[in-house]
Write a protein that binds this ligand. Structure first.
Ligand code: FES
Ligand SMILES: [Fe+2]
Length: 334
């Protein structure tokens, strides 16, 4: 079967779960103005600890409630005339009016969960509810692994289309040029599913050498396992050179930019104390934090072509991936 080569949608906001921050960065009573999915948003944490994400603009006369807004109990108080809004987006109090509130008003509220210290929002342009919850992560349940936060957490705002970043999985041949590897990895498996994908890459370590620091007994094939939830929330697991889990989210900001949220954890180094990664765990962290930035120049400066010219070795995965990815965008953008 010949598959048509398809490009990337100009529309930048595929549906899915996206990271929008870290739990430790939002204290009870704190209010933040955010911009994601092309929308102005307000994020706050009520006094009892629950966090809420809504469209920013007050339905009274349109103040941005994330700018000088205040938390009152669980509710958000608009800074201009003091109208109170609850976590469901409803107006619950008007200070100066004989009507206590305008209960019919409804601000758009986004499904929000805190997932192992990451604040995750569900985005769908039509406000379709999430079809699945984010799963348990065994590494993050285990005391044998370092805590993920705050030691490994970084975010980079870059000019990029989220899909270009995720398509790295179809592109083993950039690895020698961009990341300095001797040989490209093999894409052993790319399993495109309704709500995400599974993939396995085989990365040769110490190829052609009797012995290196990481491979004293000769070359090792490292099997790296990826799973993405929808398109743009990814997990990546290493066994070699050191057991490590990475979680990244390509969260679209506006028509040009995304926030590349990144964090990782590794198995605790035996015989060491404390929650801060050391030894090989720290080495993996420093390395991966540097590696992710090596691709930025591509995404920042590239242009998505309507008909890219894939080589035979990459065409099957690229075209299958692009066909599959369209499901995460609105029909009209196809
Ligand atoms: S604009 Fe928000 S209370 Fe008036
Ligand atoms: Fe890369």
């Amino acid at each position: 079967m010949t598959m048509s080569i398809r490009s990337i949608p100009e529309y930048r906001y595929p549906y899915g779960w996206f990271q929008i921050g870290w739990s430790h960065d939002l204290q009870p009573g704190e209010v933040k103005a955010l911009k994601y999915f092309g929308e102005d948003l307000v994020l706050w944490r009520g006094e009892s600890g629950e966090a809420f994400l809504q469209d920013a603009f007050c339905l009274h006369i349109g103040a941005h409630r994330g700018v000088q807004g205040n938390v009152v109990g669980e509710d958000l108080q608009c800074p201009v005339h003091g109208w109170l809004w609850n976590g469901e987006g409803r107006n619950v109090h008007i200070p100066f009016s004989r009507v206590d509130c305008l209960s019919g008003l409804q601000t758009r509220t986004y499904p929000l969960v805190e997932w192992y210290g990451m604040i995750m929002a569900w985005w769908h342009w039509d406000a379709v509810e999430p079809p699945f919850e984010l799963p348990e992560m065994p590494e993050l349940e285990s005391s044998e692994w370092y805590p993920m936060h705050p030691y490994s957490s970084v975010v980079h705002r870059i000019k990029a289309h989220p899909q270009n970043v995720v398509e790295n999985v179809c592109d083993p041949f950039h690895i020698p040029f961009v990341h300095g590897a001797k040989e490209p990895p093999r894409v052993e498996r790319l399993d495109l599913q309704p709500d995400g994908f599974d993939a396995e890459l085989v990365i040769p370590y110490g190829a052609g050498k009797k012995s290196t620091r990481l491979t004293p007994d000769g070359p090792v094939d490292a099997h790296v396992k990826l799973h993405n939830y929808c398109l743009a929330l990814g997990t990546l697991r290493w066994e070699f050179p050191y057991p490590t889990l990475q979680i990244s989210s390509m969260t679209p900001v506006d028509e040009e930019h995304l926030d590349y949220f990144f964090q990782q954890t590794s198995k605790r180094v035996p015989g060491t104390e404390g929650d801060e990664p050391v030894g090989m765990a720290l080495e993996m962290l420093k390395l991966q934090q540097a590696v992710i930035q090596q691709d930025f120049f591509l995404w920042v400066h590239m242009k998505n072509l309507p008909a890219p010219a894939f080589a035979p070795e990459e065409a099957e995965n690229y075209t299958a991936f692009r066909e599959w990815a369209w499901q995460f965008y609105p029909e009209e953008s196809h």
